[in-house]
Design a protein around this ligand. Structure first.
Ligand code: ADP
Ligand code: MG
Length: 670
C-alpha cells in the first residue's frame, strides 16, 4: 500500500478525539484525504509594526506592562504591552472575563500576539487577538496562513500542523505522469502541486485556475477518463450471443398507447445492437416526458425472451418504486418475475439474492443497493441505467462486472454536446427521442415576483389540481425560503391535511409513503426540495411552483417542469423569483417561459452562461468529482482525454493514479 492510502495514524500521533474530528472533516483518514483537503481562504499576517495594511493581521512580541480594568460596564478591557523596541501596543477586548485575561496575560511576561490591528492618533491597537503564544512562535505567525474548512471543535492550527507534517513524509519524486507528458502539457509535478496548494501566497492561489490546483483537477479528470476506457474494454472483450428470439412476450404486450415514431426508431436501433453479436453501449437522450421508460422496458423484454435477466438502475428510491409500479402494470399479461431492491427493503435481501442467483427474478429494479458486492445474477444480459448522469463511472463499472453479457442502455434527459458525452460517459452510441407523445398539451410557464404569492395561492386554491411546490432548501436559512416555513404558510390556506413536506433528508420509508399518498390524490400540495427533480411521474399534478427559480440552472428548471403536464390536462409551471435577481437571471427565466424544448434551452443556456456552465456537477455525472467540473475545466477535459490516449492504462503508474482518486461518491441526496 502506498503512503497515500495509509491512515495518518501511521505517521502522526493524535488523540482519539482529534483523530475522529479530522477524519470527519477530511472525509477520511488516509494521507491522501488530508492532502486533498484544500484551504478555502487565507489570513495575511504582517510583522511590520510601522507598515501593516488594514486587511492584514499584525503579529508582534509584546511584554505585558499593565492591565486597565474598565470602570464602566460596556467599556473595553485594555492590556498594555511593549515591543522590544519600546513601542506601546494596546490589546483590546470588548467581550471578556477578567480572571481569564489576567491569567493568560501575566505582567512582565513576553508573548507573540497576532490579530486585527489599527493604528491612529492614540497609538496601535490589536483587537481580540487570535494568537497568544510564546515569543519563539513569532516566525510561524508572520506571512500567509491558509484557512481550511473545519468541523466541530477542530482548529485551523491542528489541521495546519497535520497537513504540514504529512507534506514532509510523502515522497517528493512521486508522480504518475511521465516527464515527457508534463513537458508537453506544461504541467507541474504532483508533489509541487500539493505543496503549493497548501501554501498559498495570496488570494489568487486559492482559485481553480491556479496552475497547481489545475494539475490536481486534471489528474482527477484523467482518472475518470481512464476508468471510462477500462469500462469500454470490459464491455468489448466479450463476444455475445445474438439476442434474436422474438415473439412470445412482445406479441402479448398490450400497451395503453401507440408508440411515437421516435420511440419506434429507438427500439429498432436497440434491436440491431442486440442482434449484432457485440455488446450494446447505447445512450437514449430524450427530453423529459418523451417516454424513455417504455423503450427501456421493451428492450428488457427482448433480453428476457432470450432467457436472460435484466437490471434497471434508478438514482433515487422514489424513482425505483415508480418504475417498479409502471413496469408491473405494463407487464401484467406477460407473467414475468419482477423484483425491487432498495436500501429500505433490506430485510427481504436473502430471498432476493437467492432468486437472482437461481435466475427466477427476470427484471430487477433498484437503486445503488443493486451495486453491492454480494448481489449476483445467474445470467444478467442487460443493464438499464436511468438518469445516467447521476451515476459516476465507478458505479457503472460495478454494475457491468455483474453481467454475463454486458449490454448497457443508458438514459438521460439532459441533452449535451458530443464532446461532453465523451467526457462524461466515454465512447457510446446515441439514440435521440425528439418528439413527445402527441396527446401532450405543452406546459404553460409564468414568471412572477414573490410579492404576488397571496394572489397566486388564492388562484391555485380554486383550481382542481395537485401541486408541486419546490423550495431551494430544507432548513431555515437567512435568504432562502425553506420547505417547512413554506408548508406552514400553505397549511393556513389549504388546510393542514392538504399540505405535506418531502425532502431528501427524510427516511426512505417516509418519502415513499408520502409519494404514494400524493400519487393517490390523498392531499393537494407537496412542498418539496428538488428531490422530485428526476423522473417522478404523477399525472394528476398539473401545477409546479418553483421558488427562488433564479437559483436553479435551466436544465434543472426544465427537469422540474417536466414533472407536470404528464396527463391530458393543461399544466402550469410558475417560476417565482425573489428580490435580488440579476439581468441574466431574468433573461433565463424568460427563456424558460418562451420554450418547452430542452435542447433549445441547453443551447441558449450555453450562450448566456458561457461554455460548460450549462451542466452543474450533478447534471453532468461529474458529481463524483471533487476538483473539476465543466464550468471551469472544459479545456482540461480535452487535455485529460488526450493524455488518456497517450498512456498505458494498465501500467503501475496508472494504478497509482486510480488509487489516489478511488472514492465512489455517496448516493445523491438533495
Ligand atoms: P421520461 O422520458 O421523462 O422518462 P416517461 O418514460 O416517464 O418519460 O414517460 C412519461 C409519460 O408518458 C408516462 O406516463 C408514460 O406512460 C407516457 N407515455 C410514454 N410513451 C407514450 C406514448 N407513446 N403515448 C402516450 N403516452 C406515453
Ligand atoms: Mg424517466
Amino acid at each position: 500500500m502506498s503512503v497515500f492510502q495509509q491512515p495518518i495514524r501511521h505517521f502522526i500521533k493524535l488523540s482519539d478525539y482529534t483523530y475522529k474530528l479530522i477524519k470527519k472533516c477530511c472525509n477520511g483518514d488516509r494521507v491522501i484525504d488530508l492532502l486533498f483537503h484544500f484551504p478555502i481562504s487565507i489570513i495575511k499576517r504582517s510583522g511590520d509594526i510601522n507598515n501593516f495594511k488594514p486587511q492584514e493581521k499584525l503579529t508582534v512580541v509584546l511584554k505585558i506592562i499593565n492591565h486597565v480594568v474598565p470602570n464602566r460596564k460596556g467599556s473595553p478591557y485594555k492590556i498594555i504591552g511593549q515591543t522590544d523596541n519600546g513601542d506601546l501596543v494596546t490589546i483590546i477586548y470588548f467581550n471578556y472575563r477578567i480572571p481569564y485575561l489576567k491569567k493568560i496575560f501575566l505582567i512582565n511576561e513576553r508573548y507573540t500576539i497576532s490579530g486585527k490591528a489599527e493604528c491612529n492618533y492614540d497609538g496601535i491597537k490589536i483587537f481580540h487577538p487570535d494568537v497568544v503564544a510564546s515569543p519563539s512562535m513569532l516566525k510561524y505567525y508572520i506571512g500567509v496562513e491558509p484557512i481550511y474548512p473545519l468541523v466541530g471543535n477542530l482548529t485551523n492550527k491542528t489541521i495546519l500542523y497535520v497537513i504540514n507534517s504529512i507534506l514532509k513524509i510523502i515522497p517528493k519524486d512521486f508522480d504518475y505522469l511521465s516527464p515527457e507528458i508534463k513537458e508537453k502539457y506544461q504541467l507541474p509535478n504532483f508533489f509541487d502541486s500539493l505543496v503549493n496548494v497548501h501554501h498559498p501566497k495570496g488570494e489568487r492561489d486559492l482559485m481553480d485556475n491556479f496552475i497547481f490546483r489545475k494539475r490536481i483537477a486534471l489528474d482527477e479528470l484523467l482518472a475518470n477518463q481512464i476508468r471510462l476506457r477500462q469500462l469500454r474494454e470490459n464491455i468489448f472483450e466479450h463476444i455475445l450471443p445474438k439476442f434474436e428470439k422474438r415473439g412470445v412476450l412482445l406479441n402479448k404486450l398490450n400497451l395503453p398507447f401507440e408508440l411515437t415514431e421516435d420511440q419506434k426508431k429507438c427500439i429498432k436501433e436497440i434491436e440491431q445492437d442486440l442482434c449484432s453479436g457485440h455488446a450494446m453501449n447505447r445512450l437514449i437522450q430524450g427530453d423529459v416526458g418523451s417516454g424513455k421508460t417504455v423503450v427501456a422496458f421493451i428492450s428488457m423484454l427482448i433480453i428476457i425472451e432470450n432467457g436472460f435477466q435484466t437490471a434497471f438502475l434508478a438514482p433515487t428510491e422514489i424513482l425505483a418504486w415508480q418504475h417498479f409500479e409502471t413496469i408491473k402494470k405494463l407487464s401484467k399479461s406477460l407473467n414475468i418475475d419482477i423484483d425491487i431492491m432498495v436500501s429500505s427493503n433490506r430485510k427481504a435481501r436473502k430471498k432476493q439474492i437467492q432468486d437472482l442467483q437461481n435466475g427466477i427474478t427476470q427484471i430487477l429494479i433498484g437503486t445503488h443497493a443493486i451495486l453491492e458486492e454480494n448481489i449476483e445474477f445467474m445470467n444478467l444480459g442487460l443493464v438499464v441505467i436511468d438518469e445516467q448522469h447521476r451515476f459516476g463511472v465507478m458505479q457503472r463499472i460495478s454494475l457491468i462486472k455483474k453481467c454475463k453479457y454486458p449490454n448497457i442502455l443508458a438514459m438521460s434527459a439532459t441533452p449535451i454536446p458530443r464532446t461532453m458525452v465523451l467526457g462524461c460517459y466515454g465512447d457510446l452510441d446515441v439514440s435521440v427521442i425528439k418528439n413527445k407523445p402527441a396527446s401532450r398539451i405543452p406546459v404553460e410557464t409564468a414568471v412572477m415576483n414573490i410579492s404576488k404569492i397571496d394572489e397566486l395561492v388564492t388562484r391555485l386554491k380554486k383550481m382542481n389540481t395537485q401541486i408541486f411546490w419546490v423550495c431551494p432548501v430544507i432548513e431555515e436559512s437567512e435568504d432562502l425560503i425553506d420547505v417547512n416555513t413554506r408548508c406552514d404558510y400553505l397549511c393556513k390556506v389549504f388546510s393542514e391535511d392538504n399540505v405535506k413536506v418531502l425532502h431528501g433528508k427524510m427516511k426512505a420509508i417516509e418519502k415513499d409513503f408520502i409519494m404514494h399518498e400524493f400519487n393517490h390524490g390523498k392531499f393537494k400540495v407537496l412542498v418539496c426540495t428538488t428531490v422530485i427533480e428526476v423522473g417522478v411521474d404523477i399525472p394528476n399534478a398539473n401545477v409546479i411552483v418553483i421558488e427562488h427559480a433564479e437559483r436553479f440552472g435551466l436544465a434543472q428548471l426544465h427537469q422540474l417542469r417536466g414533472r407536470v403536464g404528464r396527463g391530458n390536462q393543461k399544466a402550469y409551471c410558475i417560476l417565482v423569483y425573489h428580490n435580488h435577481i440579476s439581468e441574466i437571471g431574468k433573461q433565463r427565466l424568460q427563456l424558460m417561459k418562451s420554450t418547452n424544448d430542452g435542447f433549445i434551452l441547453s443551447e441558449e443556456d450555453l450562450k448566456l452562461r458561457g461554455a460548460g456552465d450549462i451542466l452543474g456537477k450533478e447534471q453532468s455525472g461529474f458529481h463524483s468529482l471533487r476538483f473539476s467540473d465543466f464550468s471551469n475545466n472544459y479545456n482540461l477535459l480535452t487535455i485529460a482525454e488526450e493524455i488518456s490516449q497517450l498512456i498505458d492504462i494498465h501500467s503501475n503508474s496508472t494504478k497509482d493514479l486510480l488509487n489516489i482518486f478511488n472514492r465512489i461518491s455517496e448516493e445523491y441526496v438533495v
